[in-house]
Design a protein around this ligand. Structure first.
Ligand SMILES: [Zn+2]
Length: 71
């Protein structure tokens, strides 16, 4: 089910709603404002992605670039 998290700019409320179509106009359930922004809650785990091995220069066992197999 496509449930998205939104933030209302008018009353500062965060809410989740079911979006059936991508062009649906979302209204805040509290103040009925259309000035809402979709939050990218699905990407909250971005820091755990595949960045560690490439950006830090470490190997798989140390991830810090300081063990015997790194250099
Ligand atoms: Zn609101």
């Amino acid at each position: 089910m496509p449930i998205y998290e939104f933030h209302c700019h008018k009353c500062d409320q965060d809410f989740e709603t079911l979006v059936m179509r991508s062009d649906d106009v979302i209204c805040c359930p509290k103040c009925d404002s259309k000035k809402v922004r979709r939050l990218m809650s699905g990407f909250a785990h971005k820091s755990a992605g595949g960045k560690m091995t490439s950006s830090h220069g470490g190997c798989a066992s140390c991830a810090g670039g300081s063990c015997a197999t790194c250099h």
